[in-house]
Design a protein around this ligand. Sequence first.
Ligand code: HXC
Length: 276
Amino acid sequence: MAWASPFRNDLVKDKVALVTGGGTGICFGIAKALGSHGARLILMGRRQDVLEKAQAELAGENIECAISSGDVRRPRDAARAVEQVSRFGALHILVNGAAGNFLCSAEDLSYAAFKAVMDIDLLGSFNMCQAAFPALRSHGGVILNISTTFHYGATPLQTHASAAKAGVDALTRSLACEWGKHGIRVCGIAPGPIAGTEGMRRLAPFGVKQKLKETVPLGRLGTIEDIATAALYLCSDAASYVTGETLVVDGGHWLAKPALIPWDLYERMKNDRQKQ
Ligand code: HXC
């Protein structure tokens, strides 16, 4: 079934949005949602062929889109992407979605592996924010950092991603304070388990997906549209007084703990009490 957006289709009309990691998955979904609500897009990613495929798919939906192949770890690539945006007009929205992740225990994590994730997720987000700052400062805008809930508690096999995304959340809050005076809002989204994504493929193999689903209070995995809807809200004027905040969109997943008392045992206890 096609997604029915709850928003008017001119929600972000004429805004220009640069989306890193925008060629696939959640960030492609965010880009598509911004585009179908009136924004002009630049997708940035490392793989030219992936970007071209995304561009063609968006063109099929009459969404205008340019692409910029580059690595967010390199400040020069970040600057080039922002430079390309100027062909479209003034930049309003930066979505930092480029991320890298895999399952690995802390003792098996090499120096290069830890550094790769820190560099893509944290340093890469900072590089993009810094490159976009002069453009955003001239007229205000929004930065949306894609985070996670892994570091709210502790997540085994995710030391690298948890550390990187904790840094990203710190970036969201610090930049919100420093750049608020320029009319720049800085927000985040922390997605839970989202069906059909590279993240789920990598982090929830071997039937873990079903187990995960059972631990989500709302009883289902999230959809890319769940995240896109939150992104539309945060990137639009509807959120004009929201900054420094990372919105958790996870069906309650991170809050839930395995029940100490199984429900059937509780029911038996209740019945026993009523009989007394
Ligand atoms: C252990 C691994 C590994 C693995 C790579 N490495 N995969 N170590 N387990 N599964 C190690 C390599 O051996 C190497 O260390 C180091 O990491 C760098 O690897 P490279 O391949 O050289 O780096 P690079 O090409 O930059 O690739 C970065 C990457 C890769 C993160 C490792 O997986 C990638 O490009 N991913 C992008 C796509 C992606 O991850 N999407 C899923 C995002 S999920 P040595 O010591 O051997 O040199 C997601 C959602 C969850 O983000 C949100 C929470 C974060």
